[in-house]
Design a protein around this ligand. Sequence first.
Ligand code: 7PM
Length: 279
Amino acid sequence: MSAKLLCGRFELSLERPLVMGILNVTPDSFSDGSRHLETDKAIAHGRNMVAEGADIIDIGAESTRPGATPVQLQEELERLLPVIEGLREVGVALSVDTFKPQVMRRVLDAGADMINDIYGFRMPGALDAVATSHCGLCVMHMQGEPRTMQQAPQYDDVVAEVRDFLRERVATLRAQGVHPQRVLLDPGFGFGKNAQHNYELLGRLEDLFFDDYPLLVALSRKTMIGHVTGREPGERLGGSIAGALAGIARGAAMVRVHDVAQTVDAIKVWQAVQHGVSA
Ligand code: 7PM
């Protein structure tokens, strides 16, 4: 039996590493405040990532940046819904990065194929919002909450603690009737973790696996990359690709990245080394 991820309208084969493209619909610093223009730019960016080889697009409207001000429910929906509508027929799965149960329900009604929840479906009502749909579920580990999580992250054994947390979340989801093949697990790099924690998790990724659940590695442009390269977020492509391949080498099923084209190329070369090429 070949591994697959059940993801709304899609059954994603996990035979090769998949690429999730990050689509932020948070207003950027160049934005003139026009919702329509922002929507069009986001849709164009999403289409471009599909052309570059993305297997799934992760749409996010709430900044989980440490210290960020929370986005109101209505605002989050007004940003997300037109983008989902605009990308619905691009041919790849659409994930939505949210932890709010009301947002989950509305985006699933609008056609989202996966919910990506940094709280791992711990918010009251989150399990109910997703259990009876057919969406994929990305379950992430986070210690603490975004506002304060980076102040003093602490673990005795970060790998064991993240794995135990994910195990507990999977058991809870299964008890709600969620099919195991709907679940994708994520150690949550940078979410209540310092650089040492992050690199121990990545280096020992094999030890995070249990019961054949697939793992997502999401470290694109993150502080952990800047920590060793000394570079600003916009200059972290090389480091991000090295991190993504390190994850894939240790069995990651999917990587979540900003730079889809370059990551797809890197994975193609990786795959050629692993499996050879045709003449
Ligand atoms: C500012 C700080 C903006 C941090 C965006 C971020 C993850 C995620 C994010 C992750 C999963 C980023 C984060 N990170 N979802 N959403 N896993 N599943 O760097 O690590 O993209 S937001």
